[in-house]
Design a protein around this ligand. Structure first.
Ligand SMILES: [Mg+2]
Length: 235
């Protein structure tokens, strides 16, 4: 029999955590290279915490203007580049009654494709929605969502944790790290990209490449209790 889980809920970031790609970079594939480079540079700056996310979010989408079809294709790429162990861990957690969700600053139509592949219902996906016209052409993104701004994940995760806890959050980025204090434990994942700020600030950091460690954190005998803070990893 499985032991009681140490966490009742596990939330994952999407891009560079559950999947090895950044959706926005993928969308740039169709752009002229100069524009694509500009968007990629904006994304990196935001991810490393050098520029506020909201500053770049609007500028990026104004350049990219993704159609419904383009986002469906990004969703497929998410699935193709799924991080090792993601499918197994999500399945095993759900099978044992642990709630699993995704909180992402990515675009919801694409994130939902990956979520469905992982067996997650659409209402477990918290991401930025997009409005299209009747032909599926881009109109705008959901500006009411908190997730296109810094600290948006803080707001969403605080609400999720109020509903179910203890809650474990796994992510790679600075916007993930921002939510550290509203979750029971924030674990940095470096299996796709290892970011210095996340390595230093997370409650724990796993270099990957596999997400299998999440199962051990939730069910392992050696699982650390929420909020205990191990020494920074040796580098
Ligand atoms: Mg990420």
């Amino acid at each position: 029999m499985d032991p009681r889980p140490h966490y009742e809920a596990v939330v994952f970031d999407c891009d560079s955590t559950l999947t090895a790609i950044e959706g926005i970079d993928e969308l740039c594939g169709a752009l002229p290279s100069e524009q694509a480079d500009r968007v990629a540079a904006l994304t990196r700056a935001a991810m490393n915490g050098e520029v506020p996310l909201a500053d770049v979010y609007e500028r990026r989408l104004a350049i990219v203007r993704p159609s419904a079809e383009a986002l469906r294709v990004v969703g497929q790429r998410y699935v193709e580049r799924i991080v090792p162990g993601a499918r197994e861990v999500v399945g095993a957690l759900r099978e044992r009654g642990v709630e699993v969700g995704i909180v992402s600053g990515g675009l919801a139509p694409a994130v939902r494709v990956l979520a469905r592949e992982l067996g997650l219902a659409d209402d477990t996906v918290h991401a930025v929605d997009v409005c299209f016209d009747e032909e599926g052409q881009y109109l705008d993104f959901d500006r009411a969502s908190p997730l296109w701004r810094n600290h948006g994940k803080v707001e969403v995760l605080a609400a999720l944790r109020d509903r179910r806890s203890p809650l474990l959050f796994v992510g790679d980025g600075v916007t993930d790290l921002e939510a550290r204090d509203v979750v029971d434990r924030f674990v940095g994942f470096g299996g796709v990209v290892a970011r210095e700020a996340v390595m230093q600030g997370a409650d724990a950091f796993y270099a990957g490449p596999d997400l299998g460690f999440v199962f051990d954190l939730v069910f392992g005998a050696a699982a650390t209790s929420p909020r205990s803070r191990p020494a920074p990893p040796a580098r």
